[in-house]
Write a protein that binds this ligand. Structure first.
Ligand SMILES: O=C(CO)[C@H](O)[C@H](O)COP(=O)(O)O
Length: 232
């Protein structure tokens, strides 16, 4: 395992490489998490030094909105710009077909909305997040409406999950930007991620899930052997 310090430097390296894909005039989706934060900082620096111009960002969470605003980055919304040229976002686990588990930061719903509105979805990760099969390293986050959430928990258990209610640092249930709960669902390695996604999507009260299938267009990975860029 890499040290925390090297994981951070890999995250930064992947993030800064992805910023090279941004061109002046683009509408750019801004993901959520520690890796994406490096990209937001680099993008803000390039706007400040004039090497990029007229870029507007669509933040995927209140946290990213606050960071971008603090850096003076111009922001917009999907209401004003319903098509995003390129989004940069992190992930928690990446399978060989570039399908993902996301939602470790709890922003999965807005991240998926922005990803589906994006022409290019550039995922940036440090190498330990690569996995032979989704579910091997990370549970599937499922965002549920607080109304009736225990019924959703039983439903998820009936699908084979060990369910944990995500907690905030103060020990209270974590709330998403939409005021929903997150149930972290350990299904073990997934043999039919698409089938599971379909079951989750057919259940009322499930607002979003962290399986991002067929959304990644580019993957940038940084690790001890350098940076690689894969295109799907
Ligand atoms: O999906 C996410 C937030 O909902 C993040 O992109 C994911 O959790 C990765 O986070 P980090 O870059 O901090 O490792």
């Amino acid at each position: 395992m890499p040290s925390d310090e090297s994981a951070v430097s890999f995250k930064r390296a992947a993030a800064e490489r992805a910023v090279d894909f941004i061109q002046s005039g683009m509408v750019v989706g801004l993901g959520t998490g520690s890796t994406t934060a490096f990209a937001v900082r680099k993008l803000a620096a390039r706007l400040a030094d004039g090497t990029l111009k007229d870029v507007v960002g669509v933040p995927t969470s209140r946290a990213t909105e606050a960071l971008a605003t603090s850096l003076g980055m111009p922001l917009t919304t999907l209401d004003v710009h319903p098509v995003v040229d390129l989004t940069i976002d992190g992930a928690d686990e990446v399978a060989p077909d570039l399908s993902l588990i996301k939602g470790g930061g709890g922003a999965l719903l807005r991240e998926k909305v922005v990803a589906q509105a994006s022409r290019r979805e550039v995922i940036i990760v440090d190498a330990p997040k690569l996995s032979p099969r989704l579910g091997t390293k990370w549970p599937v986050p499922v965002e549920v409406l607080p109304f009736g959430w225990r019924s959703q928990s039983l439903f998820l258990e009936s699908l084979g999950a060990r369910v944990t209610v995500r907690l905030a640092l103060d020990g209270a249930p974590f709330q998403t930007d939409q005021g929903n709960l997150v149930l972290d669902c350990d299904f073990g390695p997934l043999h039919d991620a698409a089938g599971l996604a379909a079951k989750l999507e057919s259940r009322a009260g499930v607002m979003a899930h962290g399986l991002f299938l067929n959304l990644t267009t580019d993957l940038v990975v940084a690790g001890p052997d350098g940076i690689t860029h894969r295109v799907r």
